[in-house]
Structure formats: structure tokens, C-alpha cells
Design a protein around this ligand. Structure first.
Ligand SMILES: Nc1ncnc2c1ncn2[C@@H]1O[C@H](COP(=O)(O)OP(=O)(O)O)[C@@H](O)[C@H]1O
Ligand SMILES: [Mg+2]
Length: 390
């Protein structure tokens, strides 16, 4: 059995700390682990109390930490492709410095981390591959972007290749740029094959689990809920929600409960686990092991905590849609349902008061209006009718 664990959430929620803690717990259980850090500051090495290294550092006999420098990775594997892209940007009058920045969009950064994860997963050397930095919900979109982008660029290159070949024939000379273009196409092919393989692995719930982390504050909870919604759209299996930094002071923890409940309600039935806020910085292997015990308890971190979609949207007849979600015990009824930006806010009436459930709307429902919402057999059902305008 081999697993790929992806920890996501807003900056500062604890992705690096939890990734490192998970790696240590796994190694204690006898698994071999590759831990991938794409964060330029590589904070993870400070948490593990190991010197900042280059490429790969052994954390212990079973855990290897990989430092990814996306720019170097791109240059190593896709040099011709990125140079071609740069030339193309320059041709359209984009100045050199900006062209370099554009060629290194965050998308490229994250893609390189993910392609490294694929390589390590396929090497068979590790039982578990952990990816630390995929900051913010939007990053999940990036999992799909390379595939789309690549197919567009492939086509573009193929057209220019055929023009160049014809020109070369006409002039009866072999133009060297044509052979360079050949390399570009080869690299494009590799990129395409790898991103396709990656998509297959990352959407297989038996292999990959996305774990979404939040803290008890509005913005990180909203971001986490958005991540779960996007994951649904992209067929990524979120098996666990993590509410990190719960205050050890009872009175404060009580106030934070509102955020926990909102998170739980919005991602139900995906389980949400809690981690206590430590008094001091989580640093060093002992502190990380304590945090891992706090999170996983008796459970093995490779366990698949949940499989499945949390929402079902279907078109029942032309222009009429039904959205269905499971509701936790204690839900009595449904209050107001309204749009807030790109999100649907549902007021859920529970035996402990009203809780807001937030759901990032799939594009399909953006041109529709909710006309009826009710709870039946612990299912929330919302009917939509397409109006043609927002
Ligand atoms: N449960 C916790 N208790 C106390 N401090 C924590 C806890 N989890 C994370 N931290 C601290 O929060 C900060 C951000 O954590 P980090 O893992 O670097 O976040 P991210 O990788 O998501 O940006 C660090 O200083 C870390 O020590
Ligand atoms: Mg980090």
C-alpha cells in the first residue's frame, strides 16, 4: 500500500507543522516517508530541528525531507519548454524580467512540487509521500491547470513546427531552431504524460487524501470550506478536516466553538479533528510527536478517514436542479438560503441554535436561483431553477 497525503489550508494554519508531525508518527509506526517542502523558506526544517539542507535531508532512518526549488526543477526537466515559452512571451513585447516572472507563475511552482510527489510515489521507495505546501484553496485548481495549458500549448507548438519544417524544406536547409523545437515538443510530451498520471493518482481516493486545515478564525475557516468545495469539483477526496490551534483555556475554547461548528457543518460528513494550541512554539521532534498524538490519537495517519462526495447536484429536468447534502444529527430545519458572492449560505436550524453552512457554488448553479429548501430524512434538499441571469 502506498499513500499520498496533501495538507492544505491558508498560510500560517499549521500545514508544515502537521506535515512534519504526521511524517514522524508514520515513521514511528514503521512506514517510510518522503516529505516534500516547496516553501521557499523551508520552515519545516526548523520545526524538525534539522539544518537547512539542499535537495534531500534524512530526518531519521525512515523519513527523507525533499527541498524543492521550483525554478531549478523547471530548468532541469523542462528547460527547452520554458525557454520557448519565454521567447513566445518576449515576441509579444513582454519585457524580459516580467517574462521570467510569468514563466514562474505560482502554478509552475506548485506543479513542480506535485510532479516531484509523482516521481517519489512512482519510485516505490516510500510507503507515504506527504506534500506540505499547497497554500490556499485556489491552489487546488492548479492541479488541473497544467493539463489544460499543456494541451493548448502543444497545439500551438505543433502548428509552428509544421510551418518551420515547410520553410526549412523550401530553403533546403536544416534550421537549428527546428531541432530545438523538437526538444520542446518532447518535453511537452513528458509534461503532459506526467500531469495525466498525476491526475489519475491524485483523484484516486484509495491513494490520495487531501486534508484541509483551519484555525478558529473566519478567514481560514472560509478558505478551508472553499478548498473542500473545490476538491469536490475536481474529484479530489478530502478525508479529514483539521481545526488546529484550539485554545487550552476553556472559556476561549468555548468562544472558538462557533468556528468549529461552522467548519463541521459545512464539510459534513467529512470528520473534523481538533488540535490544541500549544503554549509555546511547536518545535523539535518531541513537540511534533505530541501534536501528532493529539491529532491522530490511536489512529494510523494512513487511514482513509472518509471517502465520498459531500454534495450531490443533478439536473432533474431542463433548467431545474436539485442539490442534496447530508446533515449531521440534531439538524431540525433549514432557514434562509442566499447567495453571498460565489457561495451559497444556508442557515441550518439545529437543536443548539442556527449554524451557517457555506457551500462554494458549482458553475452550473451560478445562473440559477434557489426556489425551495427543506430538510428530509437528514438530507438538506435545495431546488434551483435556471433564470438565465444572476
Ligand atoms: N497547535 C499549535 N500550537 C501552537 N503553535 C502552533 C500550532 N500549530 C502551528 N503552530 C505555529 O503556527 C505557526 C505557523 O505554522 P506553520 O506550520 O508554519 O503554518 P503553515 O505551514 O500553514 O504556513 C508556527 O509558528 C507554528 O509553530
Ligand atoms: Mg508552511
Amino acid at each position: 500500500m502506498r499513500r499520498l497525503l496533501v495538507f492544505t489550508g491558508k498560510g500560517g494554519v499549521g500545514k508544515s507543522v502537521i506535515s512534519a508531525a504526521t511524517a514522524l508518527k508514520l515513521s514511528d509506526l514503521g512506514y517510510t516517508v518522503a516529505l516534500i517542502s516547496t516553501d521557499p523558506a523551508h520552515t519545516i526544517s526548523a520545526y524538525l530541528d534539522i539544518p537547512l539542507g539542499k535537495d534531500i535531508v534524512k530526518v531519521n532512518e525512515r523519513v527523507d525531507l525533499y527541498y524543492i526549488d521550483p525554478v531549478l526543477e523547471v530548468m532541469k526537466k523542462f528547460r527547452n519548454m520554458s525557454e520557448y515559452f519565454l521567447e513566445w512571451l518576449r515576441k509579444y513585447g513582454i519585457d524580459e524580467v516580467l517574462a521570467y516572472e510569468l514563466a514562474m507563475l505560482p502554478m509552475v511552482t506548485e506543479s513542480m512540487g506535485l510532479l516531484k510527489a509523482l516521481e517519489l510515489y512512482e519510485s516505490g521507495k516510500y510507503n507515504v509521500v506527504i506534500i506540505d505546501t499547497i497554500p490556499s484553496a485556489e491552489a487546488l485548481r492548479l492541479l488541473y491547470l497544467p493539463t489544460i495549458l499543456n494541451s493548448i500549448r502543444s497545439r500551438m507548438i505543433k502548428v509552428s513546427m509544421s510551418i518551420m519544417r515547410t520553410t526549412a524544406k523550401m530553403l533546403s536547409v536544416i534550421l537549428s531552431p527546428a531541432s530545438k523545437l523538437g526538444k520542446v515538443v518532447e518535453e511537452e510530451e513528458v509534461f503532459f504524460n506526467e500531469t495525466t498520471k498525476l491526475s489519475n493518482i491524485i483523484t484516486n481516493p484509495e491513494i490520495s487524501s487531501v486534508r484541509v486545515i483551519a484555525n478558529p478564525d473566519t478567514s481560514s475557516v472560509d478558505d478551508a470550506i472553499k478548498s473542500v468545495g473545490l476538491a469536490q469539483v475536481f474529484n479530489l477526496n478530502v478525508d479529514l478536516g483539521i481545526m488546529n490551534k484550539i485554545s487550552p483555556i476553556e472559556e476561549w475554547a468555548k468562544q472558538q466553538e462557533e468556528y468549529v461548528r461552522r467548519f463541521e457543518m459545512s464539510v459534513y460528513p467529512i470528520p473534523v479533528r481538533r488540535i490544541r494550541q500549544e503554549g509555546i512554539e511547536v518545535k523539535g521532534c518531541d513537540a511534533l510527536r505530541r501534536l501528532a498524538d493529539n491529532l491522530y490519537g490511536e489512529d494510523d495517519p494512513v487511514k482513509i478517514f472518509y471517502v465520498g462526495k459531500i454534495v450531490n447536484v443533478r439536473e432533474v429536468e431542463e433548467g431545474k436542479y436539485v442539490l442534496e447534502m447530508m446533515m449531521p444529527p440534531g439538524v431540525q430545519d433549514c432557514g434562509n438560503v442566499y447567495f453571498q458572492g460565489d457561495e451559497l449560505v444556508i442557515e441550518v436550524i439545529t437543536d443548539r441554535g442556527v449554524v451557517e453552512k457555506i457551500y462554494p457554488l458549482p458553475t452550473m448553479l451560478k445562473l440559477a436561483q434557489p426556489v425551495k429548501a427543506y430538510v428530509k430524512d437528514r438530507r438538506l434538499i435545495i431546488e434551483f431553477v435556471r433564470t438565465g441571469q444572476q
